[in-house]
Design a protein around this ligand. Structure first.
Ligand code: ZN
Length: 182
């Protein structure tokens, strides 16, 4: 297993539309899953990661996340979802969101997302799994599925807000580059 590098905006690979997994037992797919889980548990303050935001060759439609559904106080369980499909969504929430690929310590923006999401997919053994989640996890599902479609949360912003945020991101990037030089 290996901890993978998280790609940073504006890396063009963040626009990759991932291909579905066709053979769960493919050793490359299983290795990808193992590395993604290893990366998730070794990334502090990270709720989920999609294959397309990691330094992976030919990323597949896979994401990993912590499912807090059972008990908020229980130990976080890293969960794998393969070929996720949104069955339906309900309601709307307009809340702040961030992304591990878009300077999460500095950049946040409010995005409109469903309040409740019904999603299905396959687990790492190919068994069908289904989730109906609200709040943070409902948003998280949409966020990760967006990643697998080559889309970032900031792509949901209205043009004026996006232009303002892009300016802020540019400044953060310059600051980071300076810190590296020092
Ligand atoms: Zn993200």
């Amino acid at each position: 297993m290996a901890v993978l590098r998280i790609l940073n905006y504006p890396d063009p690979r963040l626009k990759t539309v991932a291909e579905p997994v066709t053979d769960i037992n493919d050793p490359i797919v299983q290795q990808m899953i193992a590395d993604m889980l290893e990366t998730l548990v070794n990334t502090p303050h990270c709720g989920g990661l999609a294959a397309t935001q990691l330094d992976i060759q030919n990323p597949k439609r896979i994401f990993v996340f912590y499912d807090f559904f059972e008990d908020k106080n229980s130990k976080e369980t890293p969960t794998v979802v393969i070929n996720p499909e949104i069955v339906n969504t309900e309601g709307e929430v307009f809340e702040q969101e961030g992304c591990m690929s878009v300077y999460p310590n500095e950049i946040l923006a409010a995005i409109l997302r469903p309040a409740r999401t019904h999603m299905r997919g396959l687990d790492r053994h190919g068994k069908p799994i289904e989730f109906i989640r609200e709040g943070y996890l409902a948003k998280n599902f949409m966020h990760e599925v967006d990643h697998l479609n080559g889309k970032l949360y900031i792509d949901h912003l209205k043009p004026l807000k996006r232009t303002m945020l892009d300016k802020k991101i540019k400044k953060v990037r310059t600051d980071h580059a300076k810190q590296k030089e020092e």
